[in-house]
Design a protein around this ligand. Structure first.
Ligand SMILES: [Zn+2]
Length: 347
């Protein structure tokens, strides 16, 4: 005898057929591979499918109902069979057309990474951005005025010699420092100014592990009517601690630069040995990282500012040096050789 629990009522039959009509063709159409299609085939047409249960339940209905429900169920079954057959064909066709073997492993696309120098410039710029400094760019071919004269570098200074500067045939030169940008900005704009100028500079140095004829600098300048040496110290403390760690100690040593007076060289406590002495800091516990100073009044005069009304400070650092220190890189040439084995380490 038939288990009555496996027999559907007239209403249940109608519900199943309604649902199958509403959903089956749409679900079959959305299938994207043979495995999914087979799962649907079993769900709709398998021995335990609800449509099979509908067909086996027809005998319990009135004769009139049985006729119309049976016709509807059989029509639906044929529709589903046909939809699955067509879908199987189209899956086969698209695989052939694209010449795709779905069993092969996928093709991995290589992702590029930011060059360590670019990453270092961005990291430094981000710190100065929090102090409201603006990033400005300048030209790489300059005149003697912007590279030397306006920066208070005298006519007979050795850095003007062709051994220390690349001169072009037209009497211009490849800038040997990014301080040129400060001059150009001050010429065009009035204080207050807070700028940093990252960029390439050029010097005819013989290439070795620590020298290159081209490298990157970041120079900074802050000018208004009351900026003092105390502001310089505050900004540099904030900057170096953000870059090298908040426990870093900072040391200022008197120095000479033509364009600042007084001038200092700035050391940060060695973050590798925690100032105990190691090969990177030459057993000194300190790393020399930047130069700075109050802007020389002669520089303000050269750009048309009144040195009695404005004051400010400037600083500069070498990007390669910072990057080499931070990542333990011992040869500057690695940055420019495009060796992916090196560059990939900064992913
Ligand atoms: Zn050290």
């Amino acid at each position: 005898m038939k288990d009555p629990s496996e027999t559907l009522s007239s209403d249940a039959i109608k519900n199943v057929l309604d649902e199958l009509e509403a959903q089956s063709s749409h679900r079959i159409e959305k299938v994207s591979d043979n495995v999914q299609l087979e799962t649907l085939r079993i769900e709709y047409l398998g021995r335990k499918a609800r449509l099979s249960l509908v067909l086996s339940s027809l005998g319990s209905l009135d004769k009139e109902e049985r006729g119309s429900a049976g016709e509807r169920a059989n029509r639906l079954r044929r529709q589903i069979e046909e939809a699955i057959r067509q879908k199987a064909e189209s899956l086969k066709g698209s695989a052939k057309k694209e010449g795709v073997d779905f069993t092969l492993p996928g093709v991995r696309r290589e992702r590029g990474v930011t060059h360590p120098i670019t990453a270092t410039i961005r990291e430094i710029a981000r710190i100065f951005e929090t102090l409201n400094f603006e990033w400005v760019a300048g030209r790489e071919i300059e005149t003697e005025f912007y590279n030397f004269t306006a920066l208070n570098i005298p006519d007979d200074h050795p850095s003007r010699d062709s051994f220390d500067t690349f001169f072009t045939q037209g009497g211009n030169l490849l800038r040997s420092q990014t301080s040129t940008v400060q001059i150009r900005v001050m010429e065009k704009r009035k204080p207050p100014l807070r700028i940093i100028a990252p960029g390439r500079v050029y010097r005819p140095d013989t290439v070795d592990a620590s020298h290159s004829f081209m490298f990157h600098q970041i120079e900074g300048l802050m000018v208004d009517d009351r900026t003092t040496f105390a502001d310089l110290k505050g900004v540099i403390h904030l900057f170096l601690r953000a870059l090298f760690g908040k426990d870093s100690k900072i040391r200022f040593r008197p120095h000479f630069f033509p364009f600042t007076e007084p001038s200092v060289e700035v050391d940060v406590s060695c973050f590798i040995c925690r100032a105990k002495g190691c090969s990177v800091c030459g057993q000194k516990g300190w790393l020399e990282v930047m130069g700075a100073g109050s802007v020389d009044p002669a520089v303000f005069q050269a750009v048309g500012y009144d040195p009695k009304k404005v004051q400010g400070f400037a600083f500069g650092l070498g990007v390669e040096r910072i990057c080499m220190l931070k990542h333990g890189i011992n040869d500057i040439r690695l940055f420019y050789e495009n060796d992916l084995r090196f560059l990939k380490q900064f992913a």
